[in-house]
Design a binder for this molecule. Structure first.
Ligand SMILES: [Zn+2]
Length: 344
């Protein structure tokens, strides 16, 4: 009886991960489009002023030429509309007239970074909704068929999806984390385009630093989607457990060379559904977690399976980096710096 539930649980996790990977890849394109736009802006606004491998501070600190003002106005107009706001041409003009070249490029960097968040949040929300709905509905079907149990609900409706998606863990949800991520990106771009560029460093060094900073954000975005995928998958699963009166579950880690130490320890342990706490005894346990749980029906024995010996216990940053490169069909990430050691 439980064999089929276990099999379904594993298959459903894989399905969710596949959907998650699709979202993650589409999400990276949003970042790519943002950085391309910023690079274009930098080239357009500063390229012609570069002399002897740098830009004179006086150029950076002077106001824009008429031509540059018109171009920036057009840019702002399109971005403001893109944010769904009504552009006020008068105000844009007045604002642009006061900007120095440095202000102008910093403002464009800010806008390019911040415009990632709404599109990214929409994309991730729609993917996670699919994951929640699919996991709940398929799991509910199996529990009803195999366990011959009738649940309070049989399908997750729009309201139910909303409830699953809005649950908070670690002080936020996917949306707040996406905004935090782009917020961080925008403030660091501002530093690169402030302190660094004013020292007269070559423009291509500035552009390289910007790309590196974007790479860090892209990596974080990838990890965020993977982690949220696991979280939402398991939350939808938890909702089925509760709606169908399942009282116990068994922790199940994907056992391979990448299994984290904490999931390895929890693997096979049985807990009460009412005691389930994310990050303590219920997945996800950590960023990039791939664990799930099996339902144990009344009177059912727990599933004993030999604990494999792991040669390498943790999924280290080098491995993550390689996976990221292999898993992404967007463009190779060559410049992930040592900052990635943060991600272990
Ligand atoms: Zn894990």
């Amino acid at each position: 009886m439980s064999r089929q539930i276990r099999k379904t649980s594993n298959e459903l996790l894989l399905t969710s991960e596949r959907i998650g990977l699709g979202i993650a890849q589409r999400n990276l394109r949003i970042y790519s489009s943002s950085i391309s736009a910023l690079e274009r802006s930098i080239g357009k606004l500063l390229g012609e002023y570069e002399v002897d491998g740098g830009i004179a501070p006086s150029i950076l600190r002077s106001t824009l030429s008429n031509n540059e003002q018109r171009e920036l106005e057009t840019y702002l107009l399109s971005r403001v509309s893109g944010f769904g706001l009504k552009p006020d041409m008068e105000r844009i003009r007045g604002h642009v007239a006061q900007l120095t070249r440095l202000d102008a490029i910093r403002e464009q960097a800010y806008i390019e970074a911040m415009r990632i968040a709404p599109s990214s949040a929409d994309l991730v929300e729609s993917g996670l909704s699919t994951i929640a709905r699919n996991t709940y509905n398929s799991k509910a079907q199996v529990i009803a068929d195999v366990g011959n149990i009738t649940g309070t609900f049989t399908r997750l409706d729009t309201q139910g999806v909303k409830v699953v998606l809005s649950t908070q863990w670690e002080g936020g949800n996917f949306s707040t984390r996406i905004w935090k991520n782009t917020d961080k990106l925008s403030s660091q771009l501002s530093e690169i385009l402030g302190e660094q560029i004013i020292t007269g460093q070559p423009l291509d060094t500035t552009v390289r630093n910007i790309r590196e900073r974007y790479d860090v954000s892209r990596y974080e975005a990838m990890r965020l989607v993977r982690t949220e995928t696991n979280y939402i998958h398991n939350q939808a699963d938890l909702a089925v457990k509760k709606d169908f009166g399942i009282t116990r579950y068994q922790f199940d880690a994907v056992m391979d060379g990448k299994t984290s130490d904490e999931c390895n320890k929890l693997h096979g342990q049985v807990f009460l559904v009412k005691d389930a706490v994310v990050g303590i005894n219920y997945p996800c346990m950590h960023p990039n977690c791939r664990s799930t749980t099996f339902d144990l029906l009344d009177g059912e024995e727990e599933y004993i399976r030999e604990r494999p010996v792991l040669q390498e216990k943790i999924y280290d940053s080098q491995q993550m980096r390689e996976d990221f490169q292999n898993g992404s069909d967007i463009e190779p990430i060559n410049r992930l710096s040592e900052q990635l050691s943060l991600f272990t």
